[in-house]
Design a protein around this ligand. Structure first.
Ligand SMILES: NC(=O)c1ccc[n+]([C@@H]2O[C@H](COP(=O)([O-])OP(=O)(O)OC[C@H]3O[C@@H](n4cnc5c(N)ncnc54)[C@H](O)[C@@H]3O)[C@@H](O)[C@H]2O)c1
Length: 338
């Protein structure tokens, strides 16, 4: 199978590329290697992919997904069987600082992916959505059957827009599409702009950590290997129309066309202060906490209902934060030599 993985130098994309190569698939990895965070980490992830025994089946393409002509040519030349689209401008807080980046990468870029799939008979498009689409919802756990019309940030709106755009292509061109709502992903090779990375760095450097919402968040932190398993099990399970779907009582989580959305989350919301305590144990060092208010665009709690994923693929995330955080700390110490 020949798979396009966008965002291949990113946190999740690099792990997915490695998984596919290890099982013998051919991977074209695309990324624009932008400097939203330290690009040397992106280069190091690519080096890691290229060091795999199966790396002869990997080709890296440096390109932006919003490059319309470039994307048209790439799709026409490569004729991918399937696409895993993970390239995006990520981050809730940065969407307040630089909103245009979200329209360029997440909306224009997604449009080019849909067109590429449509014109080149791609058999399944799997793309990253986000738990942030649940926005102002407070009914827990969040289920794909819930209405998600109240995003709290432009980032969330761009992900919800992707789900809607995908639906139109599943309808008009019978393109099977699956949107995956990831819940706060963490683990080795993780993102420097995310809490676990920032906390670890600050604690090791004897700096205070910024604890938003005075630590009263509950987050469904999800380990990277569980996310990868979830992506692969949905990639292998091409989206199908739901025979029980009816327009009289429309279920927001499926459709009469081959369109699906799933949550991938640990189903164990953890209090932020507990998460920090687990990190302190893994590091053998206490954090100095600076307690701050809830950030604009952030939501206080997340909790995934994964029944739709389990019913359709049989897969359920299971990694505990103790295991996950220990693995992260081991990687961090090793990579940064601290
Ligand atoms: N990490 C999480 O907690 C989380 C949660 C929910 C959803 N997601 C989504 O999962 C996907 C992957 O996230 P990640 O954590 O690996 O982030 P990441 O930033 O590490 O990876 C994204 C990669 O895409 C590349 N990229 C960004 N814009 C691009 C563009 N316009 N053209 C080409 N390449 C571009 C970046 O250089 C980066 O390497 C994203 O779509 C993100 O929104 C992540």
């Amino acid at each position: 199978m020949k798979v396009l993985v966008t965002g291949a130098a990113g946190f999740i994309g690099s792990h997915v590329s490695m998984y596919l190569l290890e099982r013998g698939d051919e991977v074209v990895g695309l990324d624009n290697l932008n400097d939203y965070y330290d690009p040397t980490l992106k280069d190091a992830r690519l080096e890691r992919i290229n060091a795999l025994p199966g790396a002869d089946k990997f080709r890296f393409v440096k390109m932006s997904v919003e490059d319309r002509e470039g994307m048209e040519t790439l799709f026409a030349e490569e004729k991918f069987d399937k696409v895993v689209h993970l390239a995006a401008q990520a981050g809730v807080r940065y969407s307040i600082e630089n909103p245009h980046a979200y329209i360029d990468s997440n909306i224009v870029g997604f449009m080019n992916i849909l067109e590429g799939c449509r014109h080149n008979a791609v058999k399944h498009l799997v793309y990253a959505s986000s738990s942030s689409v649940y926005g102002a919802n407070e009914s827990m756990p969040f289920a794909v059957e819930d209405n998600v019309d109240h995003p709290m940030s432009l980032y969330a709106a761009s992900k919800k827009a992707n789900e809607l755009m995908a639906h139109t292509y599943s309808n008009l061109y019978n393109l099977p599409t699956t949107g995956l709502r990831f819940f706060t992903v963490y683990g080795p090779w993780g993102r420097p702009d995310m809490a676990l990375f920032l906390f670890t760095k600050a604690i090791l450097e004897d700096e205070p950590i910024k604890v938003f919402n005075h630590g009263n968040h509950r987050r469904d932190f999800t380990y990277i290997d569980d996310i990868v398993e979830g992506i692969i099990s949905t990639l292998d399970n091409t989206a199908q129309a739901d025979p029980n779907w009816t327009g009289e009582k429309p279920n927001p989580g499926s459709s009469k066309v081959p369109w699906k959305v799933y949550n991938i989350g640990a189903q164990t919301p953890v209090h932020l202060l507990t998460y920090i305590e687990t990190l302190e144990n893994a590091l053998g060092k206490k954090a100095e906490k600076e307690l701050l208010p809830l950030q604009p665009g952030d939501v206080p709690d997340t909790f995934a209902d994964v029944e739709a994923l389990v019913n359709d693929t049989g897969y359920r995330p299971t990694t505990t934060i103790e295991t996950g955080i220990n693995n992260f700390v081991q990687w961090y110490r090793d990579y940064y030599k601290v």
